[in-house]
Ligand binder design. Structure first.
Ligand code: TPP
Ligand code: MG
Length: 327
């Protein structure tokens, strides 16, 4: 059973992701942010529900749609926005951008532009956990499109063969760019793919943060107890196009409207009010607090310096961090 404080926290985190991404879209329009940017709006319940079930030192690995995962892991909104602006104060000193957020202090290993690329990283980290016998696990996010990549199948096979502590979380939003999952995947019910590798597979409503959290609590316990990997398919929907440059004309308007009615944020707001955990006034205050955080983040990013030209070759090789003040 979750405490009232925990439920409030889930709400707060989902709203932060929603509002900060709305700000990202605005900043992209103003050309403050360039390059590829993939919004997570609509899918917030998956990141927040799943990551909140972890310990602080479990590993989280993400895709290019990584803003929500980074923020749900407790990443700093200022350094997040500065990274998208390509500034020196960004979480990766402006060299990663939207698709390559990483925060090693929070065991958040990124952010990758390669579809399915999160899988072998997660399995490698889980192998390290197993080798060290340190009771930690890795949680790996990916999309429905990734489940047709060769590396996806290799990763599941290896993870089960070595009985590694890794949870694979598929965010099935039914599309890989403009392609409906039914046209790209021979088996579009992703959770069933787990049986091909002898691991449990679960399907959940990814628009309900409490359902995501509850299932993840159980799966985390199961995996941490040494029972090997598991696969979760969270069915969800991205409200925007694939990336900022995609007008998304391949989806029926009626379908989009249907999923908007399932929005995870008003859903939890209603529950908080019905269960007398929060009042309308308190929810309005939370909204105002978050607006302030987004405003501060945008100002921080805009007033931060660009990386110096002398930093061009930093981080090219892992052993050399010449201009890193923390080195
Ligand atoms: C190996 C590889 N192939 C193709 C691409 C181009 N690409 C970028 S996103 C994408 C769709 C992936 O869809 P999905 O896994 O469902 O994730 P979603 O975007 O829906 O979150 C493709 C094909 C890529 N980045 N990497
Ligand atoms: Mg998809």
């Amino acid at each position: 059973m979750l405490t009232d404080t925990a439920k409030n926290r889930l709400y707060w985190q989902m709203l932060l992701i929603r509002r900060i991404e709305e700000r990202v879209a605005e900043m992209y329009g103003e050309q403050q942010i360039g390059g590829f940017t993939h919004l997570y709006i609509g899918q917030e319940a998956v990141a927040v529900g799943a990551i909140s079930a972890l310990n602080h030192d479990d590993y989280v690995i993400s895709t290019y749609r990584d803003h929500g995962h980074f923020l749900a892991r407790g990443g700093d909104p200022n350094r997040f926005m500065a990274e998208l602006f390509g500034r020196d104060t960004g979480i990766c000193r402006g060299k990663g951008g939207s698709m390559h957020l990483a925060d090693v202090d929070r065991y958040f290993y990124g952010g990758t532009g390669i579809v399915g690329g999160s899988m072998p990283i997660a399995v490698g980290l889980a192998l390290a956990c197993s080798y060290r016998e340190d009771d930690r696990l890795a949680l790996c996010f990916f999309g429905d499109g990734a489940t047709n990549q060769g590396v996806w199948h290799e990763a599941l096979n290896f993870a089960k063969l070595w009985n590694l502590p890794v949870i694979f979380v598929c965010e099935n939003n039914f599309y890989g760019i403009g392609t409906d999952v039914r046209f790209s995947s021979a088996l579009s019910e992703v959770y069933k793919k787990a049986s091909g590798y002898g691991m449990p597979g679960y399907r959940i409503n990814g628009m309900d943060v409490l359902e995501v959290r509850q299932l993840c609590d159980e799966v985390v316990k199961h995996v941490r107890a040494g029972n090997g990997p598991a696969l979760i398919e969270a069915r969800c929907y991205r409200y925007q196009g694939h990336s900022m440059t995609d007008p998304g004309r391949y989806r029926a308007r009626a379908e989009e409207d249907l999923w908007r009615k399932r929005d995870p944020i008003p859903r939890l707001a209603k529950l908080l009010i019905d269960e007398r955990i929060a009042t309308e006034e308190r929810l309005a205050e939370i909204d105002a607090e978050i607006e302030e955080i987004c405003e501060t983040a945008a100002e921080f990013a805009a007033s931060s310096p660009e990386p110096p030209a002398s930093a061009l070759y930093d981080y090219v090789f892992a052993e050399r961090y010449p201009s890193d003040p923390h080195a």
